[in-house]
Design a protein around this ligand. Sequence first.
Ligand code: KE4
Length: 431
Amino acid sequence: MPNADQNDILFERARAVIPGGVNSPVRAFKAVGGTPRFIRRAEGAYFWDANDKRYIDYIGSWGPMILGHGHPAVVEAVQKAVLEGFSYGAPTEREIELAEAILALVPSMEMVRLVSSGTEAAMSALRLARGATGRKHIIKFEGCYHGHADALLVKAGSGLATFGHPTSAGVPPEVTQHTLVLEYNNIAQLEEAFALHGNDIACLMIEAIAGNMNFVRATPEFAARCRALCTQHGALLVFDEVMTGFRVGLHGAQGVLGITPDLTVLGKVIGGGMPLAAFGGPRAIMEQLAPLGPVYQAGTLSGNPVATACGLATLKEIARPGFYEALSKKTRSLVDGLKAAAAAEGQPFDADSEGGMFGFFLMNELPQNYAKVMTTDNAKFNALFHGLLDRGVYIAPALYEAGFVSAAHSDEDIAATIEAARQIFKASQPR
Ligand code: KE4
């Protein structure tokens, strides 16, 4: 069938052997409907689907591809590394180099442990916080995602006195009974939670610029209270910077906010697209980890020599002078252009960006918490998503996800994206 849609064919084949046809749920387009695009290849700011249709890519593998796809220096580093071996299960100099590079860029870290995914890094940081403090309770926020470790798949309880309930089948309530889920940017609730449980709290884990409810900033006051209350009660402040680390700026969200967390979780950009993540903090805490201390954590492919080559080459490029100024300017031009296009067509719309990360809302305000984000008109978002996809612009297939611009996106790509959005805003004018 010459004109058959290859994505449909592949999706049907995939669903026969992989649950939902995907290896990570958001890729299935369940939130927006339609057929996921099976990507054949990527280059620079673009990738091509199974029908060989080109898209301007604003996913960037959900953050890692900050340089764009196939940056020559990164490709060269990976090609060289694979010829030396794929994995040894033994220490390498390159792991030291990457650790040193990360510590040089994240002053709140004195030591770092490399792992293979953000989930693994956040889960391990949580275990370390509990081990280092000898406490059980943790605080997280509705709308923040820290990977799929059991204790973090939790929705808010019925009040501050009650702890969270699992958001996933297969997570026993015993596992989430120590997780308190609070409303993001709600200082009163934060104060109350610490007043009630302060001395039993091992850590507060937060995305200080939240990219899992689209794009919501912690207000400076809220972030400062998180820091102060953790210090006051001996709880550890854990910044989950898997998405924001090296994405919103060279020093991450902690650099933007000027807040020093006790532990930082990293991922995505530090692997440059390969499976690599990390968590780190002060020596006194990190030395609680095996093999030195009592907190166990391990991984067959941790510090993988090919992934570390990819990560090092990526960090080298983003550390170049002017990299973030140029990237921030480009991302801001996208956001400002979308806002102007929506305003010109009388469409409620607001947007924000920091560094190479952006988000937008189909409302004339920037929501401050998850409940507000989720008041978005799903049908309107889906129409925008598919309208852009049809026009060769691929944004996140879910309204609660952020977007990402790379150094490879050109001014022409940004202009084409704004024009595509303008056409959709115009077409969705109330008749
Ligand atoms: P991974 O285990 O997916 O590498 O990282 C989990 C994680 C931890 N912390 C934050 C702040 C994250 O954003 C993530 C993963 N982000 C999602 C996108 N919202 C990854 C995409 C997916 O789940 O397929």
